[in-house]
Design a protein around this ligand. Structure first.
Ligand SMILES: Cc1ncc(COP(=O)(O)O)c(C=O)c1O
Length: 507
């Protein structure tokens, strides 16, 4: 295999250049010959990829950002003569694989970034080969019905009635944006007594400046970003205090609501987080649903991370989620799907109306075929629902439940291990699958040392762990999203962390 060292300059053999004026061999074509070329090239790609994957087992590359940039430049120019695919992949795959963080490695445990299920990878091949586009039925006939079937099933699993609906999106950020957009339009259109006011006039009424969105101070930054993008301004966000575990404090929420009432400001939406990014905290959704109802405002639940608990024995911790007006669920987190795969589900499909616009080339109002563009923020859109459909059907719900339960149990075992080992301090009891900790020895107490340690582990390719802040102090974080990881793997990772800390403090 080619090395990634800086001396490696790739020279393409003359025989590897493509000398053709026809492009048939580059396309999947109908008929046996077209599919034969497709089959041969994809098989060969999978074989090449598998052999490079098998030869490399570090969780992260050892090159720094500058060296990585140089390695990419060494691959050669883009746009000169074409190179045969096999030769090109032989050159590029070592860089791509060695230069990747390996989400399949047990010591890659930093972010909400999962190892993908093999049925979902198989689905990726199918969906990209067929290249259906989810905007209109005539670009995705069967795919449209599979996505709708998947959305209906998810709504049912959530506890919604048949009035519910939703759409697949590119990720939690887009799902949260979509949820808050629907909340904004409902509230502002009601204020103007015009069901399409915002679509036609925009957010130009000065009374709209009074609208506030309440979420916990540990909510994901995409809530503030959504408010900024929606013309409410990030200033519309009221960050409500939390308890020690990072879940919204109900007394603090009541206090903020009272303050808003006194200053005659309006509540546009309350956002509950089901699984905060760092602590995995789950807000009291049921109590928040009651408050949202009293306020007559929208309740959005960001269950990007914790939505997987619906398919676990911890489902009761999401009590009240079925009362939310909209719910974000990310499948590229604890559902083990390749990026990207997410959905926004809504309790009442009528609230999706603001997303419906007319386009002569797509809209066929008189026809019975559904065009999913009518309820999506995107136009051209991937058939990501297929990945989830195939994964659930291949594994079965029982296996999904066992995987999510297993990860929660593993995380608790890791927290216990950290408590047992005198070199670490556990910062809070885990809620889902993250563990927050610091180093115990006094000599290593500083924030700067923890930051340096995380970077050192990454740059030496030993481990990918995360660093965040809890109440202003830097801490280390493990996010456990690999159902194949064993407690012994994490014990070994803790040894690596301590050895690296000793190395660093000695240097
Ligand atoms: C709670 C929560 N919400 C939303 C998001 C955003 O999701 P995405 O990265 O898929 O846009 C994240 C990402 O980690 C998250 O943790």
């Amino acid at each position: 295999m080619s090395s990634l060292s800086s001396e490696a300059v790739f020279e393409t053999d003359a025989a590897e250049y493509i000398d053709t004026q026809t492009w048939q061999e580059f396309f999947l074509q109908s008929g046996p010959e077209g599919t034969e070329v497709f089959q041969q090239k994809l098989k060969s790609t999978v074989n090449q990829l598998a052999s490079v994957l098998a030869a490399e087992d570090k969780p992260a590359p050892t090159e720094n950002a500058r060296q990585m940039g140089e390695q990419v430049a060494l691959q050669g120019e883009i746009g000169l003569a074409g190179i045969h695919l096999e030769a090109l992949l032989q050159q590029a795959l070592p860089l791509l694989v060695k230069g990747a963080v390996r989400v399949d490695h047990p010591h890659c445990a930093a972010h909400l970034h999962c190892p993908p299920l093999i049925p979902a990878l198989a689905a990726e091949i199918v969906l990209t080969t067929l290249n259906q586009s989810m905007d209109s039925w005539d670009q995705a006939p069967a795919a449209t019905h599979i996505e709708q079937h998947m959305v209906d099933w998810l709504c049912d699993q959530l506890g919604y009635s048949t009035a519910a609906d939703g759409s697949f999106t590119s990720g939690g950020t887009q799902s949260n944006l979509m949820g808050l957009l629907l909340a904004r339009d409902k509230a502002m259109n009601a204020l103007q007594n015009d069901s399409r006011w915002v679509q036609q006039q925009g957010v130009i009424n000065h009374r709209f400046a009074n609208f506030k969105v309440l979420c916990s101070r540990t909510a994901h930054f995409s809530i503030a970003k959504s408010c900024a993008l929606l013309g409410l301004g990030a200033q519309a966000v009221i960050a409500v205090d939390t308890d020690a575990e990072g879940a919204m404090d109900m007394a603090a929420l009541q206090h903020e609501l009272q303050t808003l009432k006194e200053s005659q400001q309006q509540v546009l939406a309350i956002v509950a987080t089901a699984g905060t990014t760092d602590q995995g905290a789950i807000d009291p959704i049921d109590a928040m649903a009651t408050i949202a109802q009293e306020q007559g405002c929208w309740l959005h639940v960001d269950a990007a991370y914790g939505g997987a608990l619906l398919f676990s024995s911890h489902r009761h911790r999401l009590k009240g989620i079925e009362q939310a007006d909209s719910v974000t669920v990310d499948f590229h987190k604890m559902f083990f799907q390749p990026v990207s795969c997410s959905a926004l589900l809504v309790k009442d499909r009528q609230n999706l109306a603001p997303l419906c616009f007319h386009a002569d080339y797509l809209s066929r109002e008189g026809d019975s075929e559904p065009n999913l563009v009518d309820k999506s923020m995107s136009t051209t859109r991937r058939f990501d629902a297929l990945k989830l459909w195939l994964s659930f059907r291949n594994l079965g719900l029982k296996n999904f439940t066992a995987m999510v339960d297993g990860l929660i149990d593993l995380t608790q075992a890791v927290a216990d291990l950290i408590v047992e080992r005198k070199e670490f301090i556990l910062l809070s009891q885990p809620s889902i699958s993250t563990v927050l900790f610091r180093l115990a020895p006094e000599a290593w107490h500083s924030d700067a040392f923890h930051q340096q340690l995380r970077r050192h582990l990454l740059q030496t390719g030993q481990a990918v762990i995360a660093e965040t802040r809890i109440d202003g102090d830097v801490c280390l974080k493990l996010t456990l999203l690999n159902p194949c990881t064993q407690i012994a793997d994490i014990d070994a990772l803790l040894d690596i962390i301590i050895n690296a800390a000793e190395e660093l403090s000695a240097s």
